[in-house]
Design a protein around this ligand. Structure first.
Ligand code: FES
Ligand SMILES: [Fe+2]
Length: 337
């Protein structure tokens, strides 16, 4: 015992929790996220314009490769990359032949359901000659595929948006980023009302309400914005259709539509894209305003990025009453992880 301690009863050491160490519950040592990086849901494979009839593309999502192709009649299809015969990669030399994809190695052909339909040098097709293929839908100028960890069928459907293809709306302006963060970090932005003021410099903290409707999460926020000559109010309604597709509609100052899609690339990185349209109604002032909103969106993304790329996701964060519906959002997304 040291001299200074003589005559004193030893004090009970302060618990690690009392000293605030260890964080609000723990993340696993080798991950920043206490949940699967690969949730269930519909995810963007590509924009429709990125895949023409007869085209074959290799995608790298969910920590692996996939082959996306469009048949000659225009159907998008997503399959496992390696041929069930002797393992050739269909993304390297595979060709679309009518409705089939043909392997470059021995020219076996596979149809819409992944089954082999033709072997040029055999009469009988082995019953197991079938490629794994995935559920794909093409909507709103996007090709989505359904990811289910257990190989199950889609748990919900995606909506058709009336604004897409309407001539009173601008053609979508598309932005792409690769971010070292989870899809959740990006999506949670809409319910994290306080960050808008402190990260993006909004005039006020936008009051935000949220509700869950099965696979859809609805967030409504009212923003006070700086506009030429003063301030204006805009309402933002965000609809999350699962983890991979978020629709943001703004009304008030100008009617806008944003389609945000986040697809995990691997356990650390996410491919993020925004597609942005404005109801212009032939008004050049609205088009000018749209340009400045797009510029602002790009800046906002760069404000968020360093925070997303270095943060962790606590399983039980310490929240306060002004935080808005973050806990509500996290409860909703549990159905996908
Ligand atoms: S490896 Fe594909 S046909 Fe032989
Ligand atoms: Fe943000």
């Amino acid at each position: 015992m040291s001299e200074t301690n003589q005559g004193h009863s030893p004090e009970k050491p302060e618990s690690s929790e009392a000293r605030g160490r260890g964080g609000p519950a723990s993340v696993t040592p080798d991950s920043r996220y206490p949940f699967t990086p690969y949730p269930n849901g519909w995810f963007r494979a590509a924009y429709s314009s990125e895949l023409s009839p007869g085209q074959v593309r290799i995608l790298k999502f969910f920590g692996r490769e996939w082959v996306l192709y469009r048949s000659e009649s225009g159907q998008p299809r997503l399959i496992d990359p390696h041929c069930v015969h002797l393992g050739a990669h269909l993304g390297h030399g595979g060709e679309v032949v009518g409705e089939n994809i043909r392997c470059p190695f021995h020219h076996w052909e596979f149809g819409a359901d992944g089954r082999c339909t033709k072997i040029p040098y055999a009469k009988r097709i082995p019953p197991r000659a079938r490629l794994s293929h995935y559920d794909v839908v093409e909507k709103n100028g996007l090709i989505f595929f359904y990811h289910d960890r257990d190989g199950g069928s889609p748990g919900f459907e995606l909506p058709d948006l009336p604004e897409v293809g309407d001539s009173t709306w601008t053609e979508p302006e598309v932005m792409h980023w690769k971010v070292r963060a989870s899809w959740l970090d990006m999506n949670e932005n809409s319910v994290d009302q306080a960050h808008f003021k402190f990260v993006h410099g909004t005039l006020t903290i936008p009051p935000t309400k949220a509700r869950a409707e099965g696979s859809v999460h609805v967030t409504e926020s009212v923003f006070t914005m700086r506009i030429p000559g003063g301030e204006g109010e805009a309402t933002l309604i965000t609809l999350d259709h699962g983890p991979g597709f978020q629709i943001v509609r703004m009304t008030g100052l100008i009617d806008t539509l944003m389609m945000n899609t986040s697809t995990p690339i691997d356990e650390e990185n996410t491919d993020v894209s925004f597609s942005y349209s404005v109801r212009h109604e032939g008004d050049s002032r609205k088009l000018k305003l749209a340009e400045s909103v797009i510029k602002d969106l790009k800046q906002q993304f760069e404000h968020d990025r360093p925070i997303w790329e270095n943060k962790v996701c606590w399983p039980k964060p310490v929240l306060c009453e002004g935080d808005g519906p973050i806990a509500h959002y996290r409860k909703w997304y549990r159905q996908f992880i």
